[in-house]
Design a protein around this ligand. Structure first.
Ligand SMILES: Cc1cc2nc3c(=O)[nH]c(=O)nc-3n(C[C@H](O)[C@H](O)[C@H](O)COP(=O)(O)OP(=O)(O)OC[C@H]3O[C@@H](n4cnc5c(N)ncnc54)[C@H](O)[C@@H]3O)c2cc1C
Length: 380
C-alpha cells in the first residue's frame, strides 16, 4: 500500500503493523481450521478487544478509541488479509450492529449496548433481512406491537451474520403503517424467551462466519430498547448502509489484491512447456489487467473515503465504488483461479477461497442492482 501515502499517515502505518501482527499471530495459524469448522473461537472477540481493535472509531467515553475513517479502512484491509472474509465479517459484525445505536441511541442505551461489545464480552448482530426479502427494506414484516412498557415481537430474520451466537441483535421491526414510516429499530437480547436460532445456514463462502436464520415468537422487548422515535428508523438504517458499503468495497479491493499477489507468486514458479507461466504473454497480460483494475478501484475507494472523512455526502460514489470493486474482485479472482490451473480449484490454495468469498460482495449490504437504483435516482 506504499503508493497511497496521501491517505495514510504515521498513526495509520503504526496501526496497520499492529493489526497485521495480530492477524499473523492470532488468526493465520488457525484460519484454515476455522474455515472448515464454520466458526472461530469466541475468545477471539476478547483478544481483539484487549488490543483495542473492536473499539476503533468509537468514543472514548464508551470504551472506544477515537480514530478516523482510514484507521477503519486499515482494520478492514488487514483483517481481510487473514485470507478469510468470513472471519473479518464475523469478528466485525459489530461494525454494522452498533452504528445505529451510536447514531440514534440515548446515552443510557449507548452505555448498555455498546460498551460490553467493545469490551469483547458480548457479540452484536444486525437483523434487517427477512426470508421474504432483503433489498426492499421498507417492506419489513417482523411486527412489534406495543403492550404497556414492552413490545411483543413476532417474525423472522435470515442471513444474519454472527446470528447464531449473538448476545444482542439490532433488529428492524414494523411498529406502524406499511412502508418506510412504520419501521423501528429495537435492540433485542437473544436470551429473551421466544427468541430462537432456527437454522445455521450453510454457505458458498465466508465459511468462518456463522450466518443464522432467527425466529421471534412473542418476544417481549422493553420499550427502553427502542432506538430513536417510533417509526423513524428507516433513514438511520439507510445511513448505516453507507459505512457497510465502504467496508465491503475495501474488502473487495483487498481480496482482489491478495488474488493478484498469489497469482504473481504462482506464475513465476509454475512451469509449463519448459518455461514459467510468466513467459506466456497471455499470462503476463492477464496479470497486468488484474493489477490495473485493482489500482483504479482502490484509488477511487480511498478518494471517496477521504471525501467522506472531510464531511462530504458521497452516497452516489460509494454505491459506484461497491459495484465496481465487487465486479473487479469477481473478475480478478476468476482470473487468479485460471492462472493456478487445477490447483486453483483445490482447497489448499488461497485463491479457491478468495473466489468463493468474492461472490457475496455484490450481494451483501445491498446488491449491485440496488446500488444502481440508488445511483439512478441521483443522476436522473
Ligand atoms: C453471507 C451473508 C451475510 C449477510 N449478513 C446479513 C446481516 O448481518 N444482516 C442482514 O440484515 N442481512 C444480511 N445479509 C442479507 C443481505 O443483505 C441480502 O441478501 C441482500 O440485501 C439481498 O436481499 P435478498 O437476499 O433478500 O435478495 P432479494 O431482495 O430477494 O433480491 C433478489 C434479486 O433481485 C434483485 N432485485 C431486488 N429488487 C430489485 C430492484 N428494485 N431492481 C432491480 N433488481 C432488484 C436483487 O438485486 C437480486 O439480484 C447477508 C447475506 C449473506 C449472503
Amino acid at each position: 500500500m506504499s503508493g497511497n501515502l496521501d491517505y495514510f499517515g504515521e498513526s495509520h502505518r503504526i496501526f496497520r503493523q499492529s493489526v497485521a501482527r495480530f492477524v499473523e499471530r492470532e488468526i493465520k495459524p488457525y484460519v484454515d481450521e476455522w474455515e472448515e469448522a464454520g466458526e472461530f473461537p469466541r475468545d477471539l472477540y476478547q483478544k481483539a478487544a484487549d488490543v483495542g481493535f473492536l473499539g476503533i472509531g468509537y468514543p472514548e467515553n464508551l470504551g472506544g478509541t477515537e480514530a478516523d475513517l482510514f484507521h477503519e479502512v486499515v482494520l478492514t484491509e488487514e483483517l481481510t488479509r487473514s485470507g478469510s472474509g468470513g472471519l473479518a465479517a464475523g469478528l466485525m459484525s459489530l461494525g454494522i450492529a452498533l452504528p445505529p445505536i451510536l447514531a440514534l441511541g440515548t446515552e443510557e442505551q449507548k452505555e448498555r449496548f455498546i460498551r460490553p461489545v467493545l469490551r469483547g464480552e458480548k457479540i452484536a448482530s444486525l437483523g434487517i433481512t427477512e426470508p421474504g426479502g432483503g433489498s426492499d427494506v421498507a417492506s419489513v414484516r417482523t411486527r412489534a406491537v406495543r403492550d404497556g412498557d414492552s413490545y411483543i415481537v413476532n417474525g423472522s430474520k435470515t442471513m444474519i451474520t454472527s446470528g447464531c451466537r449473538a448476545d444482542q441483535v439490532t433488529l428492524a421491526v414494523r411498529t406502524g403503517e406499511a412502508g418506510h414510516r412504520g419501521i423501528s429499530l429495537l435492540v433485542v437480547d437473544t436470551n429473551s424467551p421466544g427468541f430462537t436460532v432456527s437454522k445455521k445456514l450453510r454457505k458458498m463462502g465466508w465459511w468462518a462466519s456463522d450466518t443464522a436464520e432467527l425466529a421471534l415468537q412473542d418476544v417481549r422487548v422493553p420499550v427502553e430498547n427502542r432506538l430513536g422515535q417510533e417509526g423513524s428508523a428507516f433513514y438511520g438504517i439507510m445511513r448505516n448502509f453507507q459505512k457497510e458499503r465502504l467496508y465491503l468495497t475495501v474488502m473487495a479491493n483487498t481480496t482482489a489484491q491478495m488474488a493478484l499477489e498469489e497469482s504473481l507468486k504462482y506464475a513465476r514458479l509454475r512451469e509449463a512447456f519448459g518455461k514459467p507461466l510468466t513467459g506466456f504473454q497471455v499470462t503476463r497480460h492477464k496479470l497486468v489487467d488484474m493489477a490495473t483494475m485493482i489500482e483504479v478501484s482502490r484509488e477511487f475507494a480511498y478518494r471517496m473515503a477521504a471525501k467522506i472523512q472531510a464531511g462530504e455526502n458521497k452516497v452516489k460514489e460509494i454505491s459506484m465504488a461497491k459495484i465496481f470493486s465487487a465486479d473487479i474482485c469477481d473478475r480478478v479472482c476468476h482470473m487468479a483461479v485460471q492462472i493456478h490451473g487445477g490447483y486453483g480449484y483445490m482447497r489448499e490454495y488461497l485463491v479457491e477461497r478468495l473466489y468463493r468469498d468474492s461472490r457475496i460482495l455484490s450481494i451483501g449490504g445491498g446488491t449491485s442492482e440496488i446500488m444502481k437504483e440508488i445511483i439512478s435516482k441521483i443522476i436522473l
